[in-house]
Design a protein around this ligand. Structure first.
Ligand SMILES: CC(C)(COP(=O)(O)OP(=O)(O)OC[C@H]1O[C@@H](n2cnc3c(N)ncnc32)[C@H](O)[C@@H]1OP(=O)(O)O)[C@@H](O)C(=O)NCCC(=O)NCCS
Length: 333
């Protein structure tokens, strides 16, 4: 069966309005703007407020894309939401977004791949579009990390922020496949490095279980080592499979986890500063949303010139990681 080439036809993002600066975090825990900036590169982050959730910011990102690209929501065949912080265990975030944007003909489901969410969701979209199963596929990457951060734990609370991204994929009209290469890796044995355990309460007729607080647990040093050990090799493999070299890549757009990780990866791979898209200063680590936010903002502020070839790199809880080499066309924002 012939594989149908895929086009990335739209991208957008939405972040909540409420800004929390490092100085404000220093009123909650024993830290400082200097410490956070030096160790993470983060200056401020956005957090949901009032009734905002990963669903509401996801809806906003989707609506922006629909408006900017003039899409009829009824034409969307599939919505995949990559989220690790749903507002409800069920219905899925994607189902709530489907209802809100009136994409009544779309099948909708969630995936959990944490900060690799965009890459995992893109690979699913590619499989469905290439096989002819679905045409218009909307991906929503949305996380409201601030709801499950322990705001008394200085090792974790300074890292995360909230945000959402949206991406539309569909069959390519000119035969060019925008997803040149996409590779995923999962190492479940390292799952304890970053986790959010939902223990709940056992049935009163059963043996009692240990209830745990509902907070993000992160072993920061181990995560750092994991990324620096595995990602350069995985990126090298992806470039090799695509038969490309670092010099063929116009922009390196990594998950915005930590500026030190981004700098170290870029240096190891030989990407100069102009080629690396970074906006962690303003948003912190927005998990699944971070790459879509970085792409959209980079295009809007002129740091990313289109058309271009970009290397997208995601890594996070699972542990999951993924790399995609993509073409970004003019007019996608
Ligand atoms: C989180 C991270 C910034 C912590 O930096 P680190 O240098 O590894 O710090 P450690 O956790 O080893 O702690 C070292 C000291 O700094 C302290 N510290 C940690 N966070 C602090 C903060 N926000 N302010 C001040 N001191 C802090 C610790 O309490 C510890 O002090 P102690 O030795 O007196 O106990 C770093 O590990 C990191 O960036 N890891 C990657 C995390 C990441 O990318 N996660 C997302 C992946 S998707």
């Amino acid at each position: 069966m012939q594989s149908i080439p895929v086009m990335i036809s739209g991208i957008s993002y939405s972040v909540p309005k409420t800004i929390v600066t490092n100085d404000e975090i220093a009123t909650l825990v024993d830290t400082s703007d200097e410490w956070i900036k030096t160790r993470t590169g983060i200056e401020e982050r956005r957090v949901v407020s009032g009734g905002e959730t990963s669903v509401t910011i996801g809806i906003e990102a989707a609506q922006k894309l629909i408006k900017n690209r003039n899409i009829n929501p009824k034409e969307i065949d599939l919505i995949i939401s990559a989220t690790s912080i749903p507002s409800k265990a069920y219905p899925a975030v994607a189902c709530e977004i489907q209802a809100a944007i009136e994409a009544d003909n779309a099948v909708a489901f969630d995936i959990t791949a944490a900060c690799s969410g965009l890459i995992y969701a893109m690979s699913i979209a590619k499989a469905y579009i290439s096989s002819g199963t679905y045409k218009k596929v909307l991906l929503i990457m949305t996380d409201a990390n601030s709801k499950f951060v322990d705001w008394t734990d200085r090792r974790v609370c300074c890292i995360f922020g909230d945000g959402a991204g949206a991406m539309l994929l569909e069959p390519s009209k000119d035969g060019e496949d925008d997803i040149i290469q996409i590779d995923l890796t999962t190492i479940g044995k390292l799952g304890d490095y970053i986790s959010l355990e939902i223990t709940g309460k056992n049935c009163p007729l059963a043996e009692r279980n240990e209830e745990k607080p509902l907070y993000i647990h992160m072993e920061g040093r181990e995560v750092y080592k994991f990324v620096m050990t595995i990602m350069p090799e995985k990126i090298g493999e992806t470039l090799k499979r695509a038969k490309l070299k670092e010099s063929d890549i116009d922009y390196f757009i990594p998950h915005q986890a930590n500026l030190r990780i981004i700098d170290a990866l870029s240096e190891r791979l030989g990407f100069t500063k102009e080629k690396v898209i970074v906006n962690i200063q303003k948003y912190g680590n927005t998990s699944a949303a971070s790459i879509a936010i970085a792409i959209t903002e980079g295009i809007q502020n002129g740091k990313i010139k289109l058309p271009c070839t970009a290397l997208l790199t995601g890594f996070g809880a699972g542990m999951t990681c993924g790399n995609a080499i993509v073409k970004l066309r003019e007019g996608i924002v």
